[in-house]
Design a protein around this ligand. Sequence first.
Ligand SMILES: Nc1nc2c(c(=O)[nH]1)N[C@H]1C(S)=C(S)[C@@H](COP(=O)(O)O)O[C@H]1N2
Ligand SMILES: [Mo]
Length: 343
Amino acid sequence: MKSFSRRRNPVKPSWQLSESEVTPESLFHDRRALIKALGLGAIGASLPGSVHAGLFDVFSSKETSAFVREPLSFVKAPGFDGAGEVLTPEDKVISHNNFYEFGTSKSDPVANAQGLKVDPWLLSVEGLVDTPLQLDYDDLIKSFGLEERIYRLRCVEAWSMVIPWVGFPLAALLKKAGVKAGATHVAFETLFSPDEMPGQKSRLMGGGIHYPYVEGLTLAEAMNDLSLLSVGLYGKTLPPQNGAPVRLVVPWKYGFKSIKSIVKIRVTDKQPPTSWNQLAPHEYGFYANVNPDVDHPRWSQASERRIGPGGLFSASRIPTLPFNGYGEQVAGLYKGLDLKRYY
Ligand SMILES: Nc1nc2c(c(=O)[nH]1)N[C@H]1C(S)=C(S)[C@@H](COP(=O)(O)O)O[C@H]1N2
Ligand SMILES: [Mo]
């Protein structure tokens, strides 16, 4: 192999650069340099300011540490200790995310969500309830007894994690509001804040979803003890990329049902529209129960890659269980329902 002449090359090879010259932080203090370096060119120039800020967060520890997670007090819920399963390490849980409001790749939410304002927050509980509720940030963190529950999370994309959530049963909130006779479903809505959520400003970045992101459960599903409103993970408040300050966790359903950063919960007498079903009804149903016997039209759901300490690419493939292994608690909700038709 012919060696090239270093003397004729005006650019210093990387081994000649000093430490300060190679640290991304110093290199990328100039936004235009960053955008050029990432190859975004004209696209980058037209991205909203919040996206630029987000790109910076990846490289600047000062900006990533802007979001402070508070320690929570909670009890360990008996029966939810994870049954000896290996937890997905915290750094994987908070860096491999789906949150299309902040972009469609797994690394976008952590990069773009750090500036999300979660306090003040207002979660409104309304619709067919005796007492509509308006919960602020402190109400969410302090007015319910918090418990830790270790749940499996199975994404429809066939990867999964084991996560120690901190939260309170959705049923506790619904009981506090008082569900009126005639109610059949519960609808959920994520924050709509395009200035903070760049995916809501651009169809490309937001994956084509019609925002705000909405989800729904039957009333019986919502009242099931497994349905959790999570305000934390790994003992601290949620980071924005995981749905701060409050998100749903329904572990027997595909991950997209576990809607993040909720501002509205409405009790209703109709099956509410849901974002992924609106986008691709043949691929994503209202129920979305984890089911190894009903494949996604484009891939098998028979197995999954469990994300452990080595991350996604060294993850082992394991069989997917009906209802994600929670059949004992929830199969009764679907007696007589054709789960192939109601996927
Ligand atoms: N508002 C909102 N909620 C959302 C999503 C989203 O894009 N927007 N993605 C869903 C999907 S597909 C999954 S798998 C889980 C991922 O949760 P995690 O990032 O905390 O693991 O969040 C769900 N909740
Ligand atoms: Mo997902």
